[in-house]
Design a protein around this ligand. Sequence first.
Ligand SMILES: [Zn+2]
Length: 80
Amino acid sequence: MSGDYPEVRARLVSPNFADENWTFRIADCPFCGRTHIHGAGPNVADAHTYYGTRVSHCQNPTKRGTYRLIPAAMRGEGNK
Ligand SMILES: [Zn+2]
């Protein structure tokens, strides 16, 4: 079951430097409408394991909530 969390498409962004992690970029937060970045680990091959529920990074703490990151490039793939 998907639970009560809204799904948001996360675009995988490559690191700028070798010692940085991959990141997910959320274009429009369902809670505050801003862009948020979430860590996706050091290896792109493992980045898919970082999808799932996250607490949003809203600047206003009272707006924060939990959403589910889903792959932006794999929309329509039948997430349950
Ligand atoms: Zn937000």
